[in-house]
Design a protein around this ligand. Structure first.
Ligand code: FES
Ligand SMILES: [Fe+2]
Length: 387
């Protein structure tokens, strides 16, 4: 695949950051919800979050209450977590396990794990009522290499192809065999920043020398390549320093590289964004996934999974702490800057500023957003006028 450098030889001062409204306007966020979050596949977690029948996770995302549950046959399913009687939320825990059925707390309508309505008390004298007509409303779900995606599009329209959405990323990361990896840690973070600032932060390392002293010792911030932007993803990589085998808090980490990686893949860390809600961060010996949940223009929740190989997990004394700690520290440094960026952009004095020639990916991401969501000016007077 052709690569392009992360440094453009020439750029132009007119290529600048976006006006504040893109990050602060509730109307623009609503439009993003409609045109991005309900039209693209959304990464919501890993399939081992729900390891066996009856295990479930719930998530409020893009205005939907989502229930991801494993049915009795072992199939992973997603439903709107909403009772078909009078609309009450069904599962109220973030995660848990039910035995055989999901029961509404209000009037005990009871659903099987495949979503079929099993029992509906006090409906026997309702003419025309049949339990088979009132299953939970299902949500399209796909699993790629253990990564769970849902689609919240209009059910009256065909669901876009998941293969088209992946657009070759599954081939790029085939050698990591992520489907075989297991979650060794999960952390959730609550940011006071727009989701786009998180993606922008992820796709440049000009801040790394200031923000991440532990990272720049292991991976040179100006190293690596960017891929040409794709319709559904952005991709980049950085090289490990000579003698460094992975990103870790340990001076000499001992985890083996994942089996199947070639020599180049063992020397790099990859930074991909499956737009709009997944950051994918494969290392030689582990993978970190980031599930973004845009809550409001200035609120984003992020859940990170650390994935490692079962052979490592089975080793006596296995401890993933060095990788978890490394990224937990790095994440907190990034989230603090993202929150700080939001605070400045949301304030009276903000004006768009020029991008560096090493921030081409960010400008490409801005163009991607505007191409899909539309320019702020379409929302009318009062937005984006402060330039
Ligand atoms: S609202 Fe769920 S049973 Fe009535
Ligand atoms: Fe960073």
């Amino acid at each position: 695949m052709p690569r392009y450098t992360n440094e453009r030889a020439e750029t132009d001062v007119s290529i600048s950051t976006l006006p504040a409204g893109y990050y602060t306007s509730a109307d623009y966020f609503a439009r993003e919800t409609d045109r991005l979050f309900r039209r693209l596949w959304l990464f919501v977690g890993r399939d081992d979050d729900v390891p066996s029948p009856g295990h479930f996770v719930t998530k409020r995302i893009a205005g939907a209450e989502v229930l991801v549950i494993r049915d009795e046959a072992g199939t992973l399913r997603a439903f709107h977590n909403v009772c078909r009687h009078r609309g009450t939320l069904l599962c109220t825990e973030a995660a848990g396990q039910v035995r055989g059925f999901v029961q509404c707390a209000y009037h005990s309508w009871t659903y099987r794990l495949d979503g079929a309505l099993h029992r509906a008390p006090h409906m026997d004298k309702v003419t025309g009522f049949r339990v088979e007509d009132w299953p939970l409303v299902s949500i399209p779900l796909e699993v790629w290499a253990g990564n769970v995606f849902i689609h919240l599009g209009d059910p009256s329209e065909p669901t876009p192809s998941f293969r088209d959405y992946l657009d070759g990323v599954d081939t790029t990361f085939h050698n990591w065999r992520m489907g075989e990896l297991r979650t060794v840690a999960i952390r959730t973070y609550h940011l006071r920043a727009n989701w786009k600032l998180v993606i922008a932060n992820y796709h440049e390392c000009l801040h790394c020398a200031n923000a991440h002293p532990q990272l720049v010792k292991l991976s040179h911030p100006l190293s690596g390549d960017n891929e040409p932007p794709h319709p559904t993803w952005l991709g980049a990589s950085m090289d490990l320093m000579p003698g460094c085998v992975t990103l870790s808090t340990l001076a000499e980490p001992t985890r083996a590289s994942l089996p199947g990686l070639d020599a180049e893949q063992r020397r790099r860390v990859y930074y991909y964004a499956m737009l709009p809600t997944m950051l994918l961060n494969p290392h030689p010996d582990y993978v970190v996934t980031f599930a973004l949940n845009p809550i409001a223009p200035d609120r984003t929740d992020i859940t990170c999974h650390w994935l490692m190989h079962p052979d490592e997990i089975a080793r006596p004394g296995f401890d993933p702490g060095d990788a978890v700690e490394f990224w937990d520290v790095t994440n907190r440094q990034d989230w603090a800057l993202s929150d700080q960026a939001q605070a400045g952009i949301a304030s009276l004095g903000y004006r768009p500023g020029p991008y560096s020639n090493r921030e081409e990916m960010l400008a490409a991401f801005d163009r991607w957003v505007i191409a899909r969501v539309g320019p702020l000016q379409e929302l009318g007077a009062g937005f984006g006028t402060r330039e």
